[in-house]
Design a protein around this ligand. Structure first.
Ligand code: AMP
Length: 431
């Protein structure tokens, strides 16, 4: 029989790694909450039309990468490839614009794109991100960029580069698009086949191409900064001033456009060069036309999305994953099968007090049980021997140095409480 494996581009998160993810997620939540963002959990699938309208028909995601299915009712549904469109849909559906001038929302969860899997690129991956909807001031752009940067710093990452650009507004971008198209048409034969198509359909997207030949051509095309209208230029200058005011370093990257159609004005990425080809930890920017495009009022928005997998790899590369509690704190070992019930009772009492406890099996030798206890990472073993138990005594063994102490079972809890703190918050009383 064929072995059934996880689908290509997906992976299982196994218990030791899941603990690190849990730590990353709880740090992320804390930082987002402290910046005043509330969590939103939207469905994993949405009507396909949402992404077609919200992300843009000519983007790689919508053209090639969506997992779309038709359900039994004949509806076209798509596994969400990103978070912003869903958040905007929920913002409109729940009329958040009627509740407060600005909505600040964050999300964490799986996303799905049928891309070619490679290092740092999966088909099911996880993103966390924020959306601030309703604020047009450049202060919002700066807040979002600093939030992303501070979040990584909270996790211990310091040497990351912020790449910053503006893609203007629909008016000045139109002029830039025309200038770009005419500059590129003259050298179209030097472009990769994908870019030759992009030139016709969406020339701005061409600036994103990673092919060295296209990169060389792109380095010679005009910069959008020569085409910005006065308002867009002022907005960009204010964002940079605000970042400088609080000492956040950034690199101006005038060819950064990002892969999604909805951006207006500010776009940014935070880069870890050690990640290789897929080196963007996060990307974001302003999307002033998106809410209206999705059927809501004409309100502006700004946000970012960051990948959990790339964050995990970065933390691992830079040695920033802390020692996290994994495995039991205590191991209860009965010496002989007839003491299994006693061991079970002791383990249960300890567990109800919030300690993390595993127990051995008295049918096995002390040596075998101690080996398992060592492997589990438990700090202490409670050994219950036949002779000792006749006097209602047990032995408490410190696994690190092998030292042990005999004590009455009635004093065990007190002794343990001196050595380790319970992992659960609320101790349960006996039933
Ligand atoms: P995007 O939604 O394409 O702007 O991507 C934002 C961030 O999500 C990127 O910087 C990555 O960290 C992450 N990301 C996007 N696509 C993938 C993928 N296929 N696999 C893993 N992470 C991804």
């Amino acid at each position: 029989m064929n072995l059934i494996t996880a689908p290509r581009g997906t992976f299982d998160l196994m218990p030791p790694q899941a603990i690190v993810w849990e730590w990353m997620e709880s740090t992320i939540r804390k930082v987002f909450l402290s910046y005043g963002y509330g969590e939103i959990r939207t469905p994993i699938f949405e009507h396909t039309e949402l992404f077609q309208r919200g992300i843009g028909e000519t983007t790689d995601i919508v053209e090639k990468e969506m997992y779309t299915l038709v359900d039994k009712g004949g509806r076209s549904l798509t596994l969400r490839p990103e978070g912003t469109a869903s958040v905007v849909r929920a913002y409109i559906e729940h009329k958040l614009y009627g509740q407060a001038p600005v909505a600040k929302l964050f999300y964490i969860g799986p996303m799905f794109r049928q891309e070619r899997p490679q290092a740092g690129r999966f088909r099911q991956f996880h993103q966390f991100g924020v959306e601030m909807i309703g604020e047009k001031s450049p202060v919002a752009d700066a807040e979002v960029i600093i939030l992303a940067h501070d979040l990584y710093r909270q996790l211990g990452l310091t040497e990351l580069e912020i790449h910053l650009n503006t893609v203007g507004c629909p008016a000045c971008r139109q002029e830039y698009k025309a200038a770009l198209t005419s500059a590129l048409q003259a050298v179209a034969d030097q472009l990769c086949p994908t870019c030759q198509q992009r030139l016709v359909r969406n020339p701005l997207r061409l600036l994103d191409c990673k092919s060295p030949v296209c990169q060389e051509v792109i380095s010679r095309v005009p910069s959008i900064h020569h085409y910005l209208c006065a308002d867009c230029r002022h907005h960009f200058d204010q964002v940079t001033t605000l970042l400088e005011k609080v000492g956040v370093k950034y690199k101006r990257s005038d060819k950064l456009v990002r892969g999604l159609d909805y951006y207006t004005r500010t776009v940014f990425e935070i880069i870890n060069h050690d990640l290789g080809a897929q080196n963007a930890l996060c990307g974001g920017g302003r999307y002033d036309g998106l809410v209206a495009e999705c059927g809501g009022p004409a309100v502006p928005g700004v946000g970012f999305a960051s990948g959990m997998e790339r964050l995990y790899t970065t933390l691992e590369q830079k040695g920033k994953i802390p020692e996290l509690p994994f495995g039991p704190q205590l191991y209860v070992l009965p010496l002989g099968e007839e003491l299994n019930v006693v061991a079970f009772e002791i383990a249960t009492v300890l567990r109800r007090q919030g300690f993390s406890v595993e127990m051995g099996n008295g049918a096995k030798s002390l040596k075998a049980q101690l080996k398992t206890a060592h492997k589990s990472g438990a700090g202490y073993a409670v050994i219950i021997g036949e002779e000792e138990w006749r006097e209602r005594q047990v032995t408490l063994k410190t696994m690190a140095d092998g030292s042990q102490k005999r004590l009455p079972a009635s004093g065990l809890m007190e002794e343990i409480a001196e050595l380790v703190s319970p992992r659960l918050i609320v101790p349960l009383r006996e039933e």
